[in-house]
Design a protein around this ligand. Structure first.
Ligand code: PSU
Ligand code: MN
Length: 323
């Protein structure tokens, strides 16, 4: 029987992938590869820090002994392993879309450039056969998603598709904690419900993205990269289908103090509410506002944590490949 779907058969996910030769060779040979996302380049950081961090993250992966594969969309293809010129274009082009699971097909038919968030990057990495992925901070449950205590504002239900992706796609994601603009306890509860191990590295406390501490205990922790790799191997071996989230604290030298970050976040969130910013625009808006309020200190921490996460992800990919 014919269904409407048979008229034209659009390319499947694998047919959409365009792997850089170096990345394809490494995957075929079972050598360690680390996926890197691109929304933090196009939407998360100002230029030129955006392109500098993109280069520095790739270098950190290489220094760890793995091959970097920065992922983005262009011309209906998912590029796995952007080249230098493409990195610069993505950081400077106007009108770059932000592609997540719900907007992936739209980004592909759009034909232009789209940056991939954590959810879309996980989809591409899993399809390409890449097990380890580094970002800055994952998206999560926004403050006010479940309503604001003492306020009459209705719940926004703004919960990042990153969380559902972690629940259904087996990739190890390295971050510096959920972004501190979020409701972190609610984000942790959501991930627990959806079966995602959340594991702090070298600390018993959840890292808070720009800050090393959060005052919130981590659901679990491992001491080092070797233990992290054993956990990934065990978790993937069980075939549960979900990813693993590692949270690595931002390096001390560039961290933004927690008390200062908290005050700045309160201000940025109040400003976003006053400006009626919502939906996918909210996270980039808050990050940009934080940069203004902190006079660039949040950007410095953000750059440092991204590069640090890329280095750890490289080491994790190397350790995991040897198991
Ligand atoms: N990490 C950063 N900066 C960013 C992001 C991560 O240091 O801008 C991006 C990631 O792509 C993540 C997205 O998936 O922010 C979350 O967006 P949202 O809250 O709309 O799901
Ligand atoms: Mn959202």
């Amino acid at each position: 029987m014919k269904t409407g779907h048979e008229h034209s058969t659009p390319a499947g996910l694998h047919d959409r992938l365009a792997l850089a030769p170096e990345v394809a060779d490494a995957i075929a040979a079972g050598r360690p590869v680390v996926a890197l996302e691109s929304t933090l380049i196009s939407h998360g950081l100002p230029y030129p820090q955006s392109v500098e961090v993109a280069r520095a993250a790739e270098l950190a992966v290489r220094e760890s002994g793995a091959v970097p594969a920065t992922i983005a969309i262009r011309g209906g293809r998912i590029i796995v392993g952007l080249d230098e010129g493409q990195l610069v274009t993505l950081a400077t082009a106007k009108g770059v879309m932000k592609a997540s699971r719900p907007s992936l097909s739209l980004a592909l038919i759009g034909g232009g450039w789209a940056a991939t968030t954590v959810s879309a990057t996980m989809i591409a990495a899993a399809a390409a056969g890449i097990d380890v992925f580094a970002t800055g901070g994952i998206g999560g449950v926004h403050r006010g998603a479940l309503g604001m205590p003492g306020k009459s504002a209705p719940p926004t239900l703004d919960i990042s598709s990153d969380l559902e992706e972690l629940a259904r796609t087996p990739v190890a994601v390295v971050c510096a904690g959920p972004k501190a603009i979020l409701d972190v306890p609610a984000t942790l509860e959501y991930l627990e419900t959806r079966g995602v191990p959340v594991v702090a590295v070298g600390t018993a406390e959840m890292p808070a993205f720009w800050s090393r501490e959060s005052g919130i205990p981590a659901p679990a922790s491992v001491p080092d990269v070797a233990a992290a790799a054993r956990l990934v191997a065990t978790h993937f071996g069980l075939g549960l289908g979900s990813g693993v989230l590692f949270c690595v604290p931002v390096p001390e030298a560039d961290a933004y103090p927690l008390a200062d970050a908290r005050a700045a976040v309160e201000r940025a969130i109040a400003d976003a509410a006053a400006a009626e910013i919502e939906g996918p625009a909210l996270t980039p808006w808050l990050l940009a506002r934080m940069a203004e309020i902190t006079a660039g200190r949040s950007v410095r921490a953000n750059v440092a944590l991204i590069v640090n996460n890329a280095r750890f992800a490289g080491q994790l990919a190397v350790a995991f490949a040897s198991i």
